[in-house]
Design a protein. Structure first.
Lengths: 80, 223
């Protein structure tokens, strides 16, 4: 068994209200070093084997279901 | 004329949409998300609600429901399709309409009677309205911010594909105050506010919403 990680983030030019809300809370907690926050999603996909066909399938599902290419970018990496 | 209304798990306004079709003089037909069957309807409405709990993204899972295969094919063939609120989100996720809906910029759910300006009367769902008309219908959403890249927005404006614009207040951060859009052909329309909640004086801010349903019936009758 192996694990493939798909990270999905809002595109830089798309407003991220959730990230803004988190960022807005930080000064109230006394944290001042963080200048911006973007919030995304992380998917952990369990697969039998990591090969070319599996990764092609992961890219296909990441680009259709897990992310919306109009507003989000995704990246795929194998969890070592 | 038969207008189908799809019920997904989590749809809320399917019965209201059926009722609006009936009041407009049409025959509403209940469609089920799990069926590959449009039951011979002449038009389809995707109603508001929180299909599949809005998990992942609003409309993202509904877009792959079995019935959507038929809805997408019919829409591409020219059948009138209206997406209201969650239905608009599903149409964008299906890429039948450009752009996407994101969380409101003020991060709170909003519910209000909203004034809209009609920007196009050449769609299947607005043929009975006139450009410049103002209508008041309820708006209720948490993820109603319409976004698209600048080129897409310019194209929508240039091709007359903006159908409704918010007046007085932009309730959710939608770019260029866009409340509703159509496809190039004008048969597919999506909007965030709810025309089906403004079809009787007793239960809404007025009857302005009725025009969308009577427009579709008139479009179908004249076709």
């Amino acid at each position: 068994m192996a694990r493939v990680i798909v990270d999905v983030m809002p595109k830089p030019e798309i407003l991220d209200p959730q990230g803004k809300a988190v960022h807005g809370a930080l000064p109230r907690l006394g944290y001042h070093a963080v200048t911006d926050v973007r919030q995304g999603k992380r998917f952990e996909l369990e697969v039998e084997v990591v090969d070319e066909a599996t990764l092609a399938e992961v890219h296909a599902l990441a680009g259709t279901l897990l992310s919306n290419p109009v507003i989000e970018d995704y990246s795929v990496r194998v969890d070592q | 004329m038969k207008i189908g209304v799809v019920t997904f798990p989590g749809s809320l306004d399917d019965v209201d949409a059926q009722r609006a079709v009936r009041i407009a003089g049409g025959e509403p037909v209940a469609l089920w998300h799990g069926d590959h069957d449009l039951k011979g309807v002449d038009a389809v409405i995707l109603p508001g609600g929180f299909s599949y709990g809005d998990y992942l993204r609003a409309g993202a899972i509904a877009r792959f429901a079995p019935v959507m295969t038929e809805v997408i094919a019919a829409a591409q063939g020219g059948m009138p399709v209206l997406g209201i609120c969650n239905g608009f989100q599903i149409l964008c996720e299906s890429h039948l309409l450009p752009g996407a809906l994101i969380r409101n910029d003020h991060r709170t759910f909003i519910c209000r009677d909203q004034t809209l300006k009609v920007e196009s009367s050449t769609t299947a769902w607005t043929s009975g309205l006139s450009v410049g008309d103002e209508i008041v219908i309820p708006l209720k959403n948490g993820e109603g911010g319409f976004v698209a890249d600048e080129d897409t927005l310019d194209r929508l404006e240039g091709e007359g594909q903006v159908v409704f614009r918010y007046v007085d207040v932009n309730p959710n951060g939608s770019l260029r105050d866009i409340a509703g859009i159509t496809n190039e052909r004008g048969n597919v329309v999506g909007l965030m506010p709810h025309p089906e909640h403004a079809v009787e004086d007793l239960t809404g801010p007025g009857t302005d919403g009725l025009a969308l349903f009577t427009s579709a019936l008139a479009t179908l009758t004249s076709a």
